[in-house]
Write a protein that binds this ligand. Structure first.
Ligand code: AMP
Length: 141
């Protein structure tokens, strides 16, 4: 699928719009979802341009999953999470709303999550959640 470099995550990657980051390296960025389905809802995205998981270079997919696991460990620690939902929507038909491949990490039960991409979260609370995740990352690194 052709990649639209004006999508919102491409703009975040270029620093054109703000995001609440918890992790960044040369290949991956992790930041807070602004419409969290649970406290601590985090997005992990490869920097490579790809719309869906099916478009993503396998090596980038493999590396991104390593970082997904690292962030999941930090979320588990930060929120004392008993379970974490890993969600990846590929294609509008699956409900994907932002056309840059991303992995959702949601410390919640699949039965208790808030509705997807429905309601803006409280920015102060989200920033506090990001601080907790960053502190946990620093401790487990
Ligand atoms: P999806 O529907 O799987 O493409 O998920 C896109 C996610 O991006 C949703 O959970 C939205 O709440 C989230 N989102 C949209 N815009 C932003 C933004 N500017 N910063 C952080 N998260 C965003």
């Amino acid at each position: 699928m052709s990649y639209d470099d004006q999508n919102i995550f491409a703009k975040i990657l270029r620093g054109e719009i703000p995001s609440i980051k918890v992790y960044e390296d040369d290949r991956v960025l992790a930041f807070m979802d602004i419409m969290p389905q649970a406290d601590g809802h985090t997005l992990v995205i490869p920097k490579a341009s790809a719309v869906t998981l099916l478009d993503l270079d396998p090596a980038e997919a493999a590396y991104t999953i390593q970082i997904v696991q690292k962030i999941a460990r930090a979320i588990e620690k930060a929120f004392d999470a008993k379970g974490i939902v890993l969600m990846q929507l590929s294609g509008a038909a699956a409900g994907q709303t932002v056309p840059h491949v991303h992995f959702h990490l949601i410390p919640s039960s699949i039965h208790q999550m808030r509705t997807h991409a429905a309601q803006m979260g409280d920015q102060v609370a989200i920033t506090q959640h990001a601080e907790k995740i960053k502190a946990a990352l620093a401790e487990i690194d």
